[in-house]
Design a protein around this ligand. Structure first.
Ligand SMILES: Cc1cc2nc3c(=O)[nH]c(=O)nc-3n(C[C@H](O)[C@H](O)[C@H](O)COP(=O)(O)OP(=O)(O)OC[C@H]3O[C@@H](n4cnc5c(N)ncnc54)[C@H](O)[C@@H]3O)c2cc1C
Length: 289
């Protein structure tokens, strides 16, 4: 039996050095709420675990001078909820992150782990896509930035290069009249995997939608940015015609699986329904900003 090694470095360079040197035998540990479950079930048998929670940058949550946010990839859902300002500026991202698991899971689980786990149903991912988040990744060849929607490559896979670690999410400053929301449909009332998840971020000026982004989860191999749905909202007063067109665009973007949680027909219809409901919540919040 191969021995499992555990490292908890305090610097990013040290983490990347160890992670890259160990190649495919190594796994990053953030909260461990996916990783440890996969190891317990025997799906994964890493030779090295690199715990990134002791690296200060990885758990930092910082509001920048221009009103944007940097969130360390390993910051927990609980830490985000306790931040004095984050939930006021990005209520949709926060509600998506805080839908992940129970209180116990919240104390550990991170948005970085949710994204890097590669599940098309990860709850925080559509909200981050709607937010227009940019991620910073760092590997043996230095740092680079990616749009969050470009990170997932398919179920359980990402477009990070060998040895790369997701370092942080950057969320842009919000113009006045902006807000966001996230809703998911699950067969149970709690602690289940989304059948559909919709994130909406928008800006209203004098009642007209001047900017919008829509993230759609659990209906395709990766979370989708649905530009056609956003375009249907932009320039409208979020009237029925615009909402119906955006809902139709969401349904048209779906390429879902058929499983015990929902059929293809059901998921496709629910995507449109949730788009309307999520937009209504985001718009109400935006009017109050
Ligand atoms: C009881 C329970 C309920 C759950 N409910 C939900 C739910 O409702 N919604 C939902 O979306 N998920 C849910 N999950 C899944 C899980 O909690 C989330 O996906 C969580 O966000 C994972 O974050 P983590 O920090 O624990 O990731 P980890 O388990 O530490 O890591 C997950 C994967 O990403 C990799 N990784 C982590 N961080 C990085 C990084 N910075 N750079 C590169 N790779 C990295 C790891 O190597 C691993 O492959 C649930 C899990 C449990 C156990």
């Amino acid at each position: 039996m191969t021995e499992l090694r555990y490292l908890a470095p305090s610097s990013l360079d040290e983490a990347i050095g160890a992670f890259a040197a160990a190649g495919s035998a190594a796994r990053i540990l953030a909260g461990g709420t996916d990783l440890l479950v996969q190891m317990r079930s025997g799906v994964l048998k890493p030779g090295l675990i690199v715990d990134i929670k002791k690296i200060a940058e990885m758990t930092a949550i910082e509001e920048t001078a221009d009103g944007g946010f940097h969130i360390g990839a390993a910051a927990s859902g609980m830490a985000l909820a306790e931040h004095a300002r984050f939930g006021k500026v990005w209520p949709g991202v926060l509600e998506a992150v805080n839908l992940i698991g129970s209180k116990q899971v919240q104390g550990r689980a991170s948005a970085g782990g949710n994204l890097c786990n590669g599940s098309p149903a990860g709850d925080s991912v559509p909200a981050m896509v709607a937010a227009g988040a940019i991620v910073t990744v760092q590997g043996p060849n230095g740092r680079r930035q990616m749009k969050v929607e470009d990170v997932p490559a398919g179920p359980g896979r990402t477009n990070l290069l060998p040895g790369e670690i997701l370092v942080s999410f950057t969320l842009p400053p919000r113009p006045k009249g902006s807000s966001d929301a996230y809703l998911r449909m699950i067969p149970r009332t709690e602690m289940d995997i989304a059948v559909v998840g919709v994130g909406v971020s928008l800006t209203l000026k004098d009642g007209v939608c001047t900017a919008a982004r829509i993230g759609l989860g659990a209906v395709a191999p990766t979370v989708l940015l649905v530009e056609a749905a956003a375009n249907a909202l932009i320039g409208s007063k979020l009237d029925d015609a615009a909402l119906n067109a955006a809902a139709a665009a969401c349904s048209a973007a779906c390429r879902p699986i058929d499983d015990k949680r929902g059929t293809i027909t059901y998921r496709t219809k629910v995507a449109g329904v949730l788009l309307k409901r999520t937009t209504a919540i985001a718009a109400k919040r935006a009017q109050e900003n």
